[in-house]
Design a protein around this ligand. Structure first.
Ligand SMILES: Cc1cc2nc3c(=O)[nH]c(=O)nc-3n(C[C@H](O)[C@H](O)[C@H](O)COP(=O)(O)O)c2cc1C
Length: 415
């Protein structure tokens, strides 16, 4: 393959040389782009010796003036490894003062761009870096996770560049990944918003970002995805049919019509559905107020909440495909593992879900945007997989869809 390999200024640049050497031995053609920062860590001689090509840095380079376009068209994929905080920020801003920045902008949308962060863990979890990574990821970059352990600075944590062979296998999996048996998948995303009056509401903290990632991932690798999202969740990239909801009632009717009108193979119900909706708003004397307009401020009020039915419990009944597979999500807020397991068990039993993805609030978002510790349970309450990032969750669900098909295929052959 033709690999456009960019390096930026990180102490981990030496690992990139190992990866380049590994890929070279496998017969890939590699063109290196190095920032000035990267060349503080690794000499041109090493990179040119390994690849057999001149190392390029600037836009203005005698004999290579249009390289930002020709290399962007030449490559099969583009990798930035290691990706420093500074270069991540420059790419997120779309700055093109050097060849790397220009190449990133000139890359056609169907070329894959892999980005391998490497930095100290405080830097990695800084909101500025998190936001920049999110921007790049929302534009289609594949952000690889980082490793955890002892960092070059002596501190321990996330932010360590993955080992060369880990990067190699991640990228190989991404390049080869494509389902041979596309499934129809419905994914719900985001929280519901329950109105108190014409301008106020009760909602929850769900951003819908994990479900968005899952939807984009499954669609990218060949599945036919329908995305039912809260109006505030971003639109997914790719060929995905989108419909929206705001309140519990919207989601309830949206689910009902989607399930009855389509033959979904899988439903991934990741929406955070409000357990209550507002029944009535009363003055302290018990008089009901009209909730159509804006309730005047100043007085103490009683908001009477009524429990909502559990939408997930109805999914299998409402589905036109009676063999639909259901994946539920359970968020707990306790570090007590017995309570966590009991909550998962309740969901599995009540909803008839085939699998449940469990997260705990105390762990989500602690290590950065990509960090997303989860456990995937099957119906017998066994943990099939414990992962720590959104990418791992996407891969796990993709694999689940593939494996389910294989087991059904063998069942069909036998029956
Ligand atoms: C010894 C040393 C190690 C560094 N390691 C990293 C690193 O791992 N990640 C990072 O984002 N910045 C690191 N930096 C800071 C960057 O090299 C610096 O921000 C530089 O301007 C990055 O330039 P570039 O992104 O244009 O390559 C390090 C700096 C020094 C002096």
């Amino acid at each position: 393959m033709k690999v456009l390999f960019a390096l930026s200024g990180s102490i981990a640049a030496f690992k990139a040389c190992e990866l380049i050497s590994h890929w070279k031995k496998q017969g890939h053609d590699i063109q290196v782009i190095a920032t000035k920062g990267a060349l503080q860590f690794i000499g041109k001689a090493t990179l040119e010796g390994l690849t057999g090509h001149e190392v390029l840095t600037d836009n203005f380079h005698d004999g290579h003036m249009m390289k930002h376009i020709s290399l962007a068209r030449w490559c099969d994929f583009f990798i930035l490894c290691p990706a420093s905080a500074n270069t991540i920020a420059r790419l997120a801003q779309g700055r093109s003062e050097d060849l790397l920045g220009s190449l990133y902008l000139a890359l056609e949308k169907d070329r894959k761009f892999f980005l391998c962060p490497a930095m100290n863990s405080e830097m990695y979890s800084h909101p500025a870096v998190e936001n920049n990574l999110q921007i790049l990821q929302s534009r289609g970059a594949h952000i690889l996770p980082t490793g955890q352990g002892l960092l070059a600075c002596g501190e321990v944590g996330y932010g360590r560049l993955l080992e060369p062979l880990e990067i190699d296998s991640y990228i190989r999996r991404e390049l080869e990944r494509r389902t041979t048996h596309p499934k129809r998948v419905l994914i719900t995303a985001g929280g519901t918003t329950e109105p108190i009056d014409g301008v106020r509401s009760i909602t929850n903290t769900s951003s819908g970002k994990t479900a968005l990632r899952i939807a984009e991932y499954l669609a990218r690798y060949g599945h036919d995805v329908q995305f039912l999202k809260n109006v505030n969740v971003d639109d997914p990239k790719g060929q995905i049919q989108v419909s929206t909801f705001k309140t519990f009632d919207d989601l309830q009717s949206g689910l009902e019509s989607a399930l009855s009108q389509n033959h979904f193979d899988f439903v991934i119900h990741a929406a955070a559905v409000s357990d209550y909706s507002v029944k009535q708003v009363q003055t302290s004397n018990g008089d009901a107020l009209s909730t159509q307009e804006k309730i005047p401020s100043g007085e103490a009020l009683h908001v009477v909440l009524q429990p909502n039915p559990k939408l997930i419990d109805r999914i299998k009944f409402q589905s036109a495909n009676k063999n639909v597979k259901l994946i539920g999500f359970k968020l707990t807020n306790t570090q007590d593992s017995t309570k966590q397991s009991a909550a998962v068990q309740r969901l599995l039993q009540q909803s008839g879900a085939d699998w449940v993805v469990h997260n705990d609030l105390n762990q989500i978002g602690l290590k950065g945007a990509e960090s997303h510790p989860f456990r995937l349970f099957n119906q017998s309450q066994q943990v099939l997989l414990a992962g720590s990032t959104k990418s791992e969750l996407c891969e796990a669900l993709f694999d689940l869809l593939e494996e389910t098909f294989s087991s059904e295929a063998s069942y069909d052959l036998m029956s």
